[in-house]
Design a protein. Structure first.
Length: 200
């Protein structure tokens, strides 16, 4: 009888040991499964189709001029992006400046950044949203820069547009880029192309 009890105890302790090991293994597998969605494979540095800030458009006007000027940008085969439509597949408007109204800084500027560089024609317009006194002219500086994979940011175009009346919309640039972000030769023009009406 004592011998039977000895074997029962040995068998019970063996079962408990196997159960503890099995539970620890199940816990480890569960943790690995929960962590898998958070692991990302290393990305190829030459492949940055989703990298933010490939095409950057900035617009500045004098800080002492409290006018609401709007930046509008159109990527190839997409709807324009501006204060009515602040995001698209390629561009996002990062800052909508209303002049002095609700402004935390004294600077007057707006900017858009792209994700990727789709090839084709880009259009950059400036728009005087609010009223402006008769005879007043607002000089608006517009700069376009491109950041290609593994390269420094390069400014590809800059100009100054003068606005002098409410609802005035002027084309600062029209230009074409290759899929690598190179400016197509002789593609820069100021041929007028209204963008706001495309959203109406």
């Amino acid at each position: 009888m004592e011998e039977l009890d000895y074997f029962d105890e040995e068998e019970t302790s063996g079962t408990i040991f196997r159960d503890v090991i099995l539970l620890a293994l199940i816990g480890f597998v569960a943790m690995v499964v929960m962590l898998l969605p958070h692991l990302q494979p290393p990305q190829d540095e030459t492949e940055d189709a989703k990298a933010p800030g490939n095409v950057m458009v900035e617009m500045h006007w004098p800080s002492e001029m409290p006018y609401d000027v709007d930046l509008w940008v159109k990527a190839p085969r997409e709807l324009p992006v501006g204060f009515w439509n602040q995001g698209g597949p390629t561009f996002n408007l990062l800052r909508d400046d209303l002049g002095l109204e609700g402004d935390a800084t004294e600077e007057n500027y707006e900017m858009t950044y792209s994700r990727g560089i789709p090839p084709g024609e880009y259009v950059v317009n400036v728009h005087m949203y609010g009223r402006i006194p008769e005879g007043e002219r607002v000089p608006v500086k517009v700069v376009v820069s491109v950041k290609r994979p593994l390269e420094e940011t390069e400014q590809i175009a800059a100009t100054t547009v003068e606005l002098y009346r409410k609802n005035q919309e002027e084309t600062a640039f029209r230009f074409r880029l290759t899929d690598r972000g190179d400016l197509v030769e002789n593609s820069v023009s100021t041929l007028r192309k209204p963008l706001i009406t495309e959203l109406r």
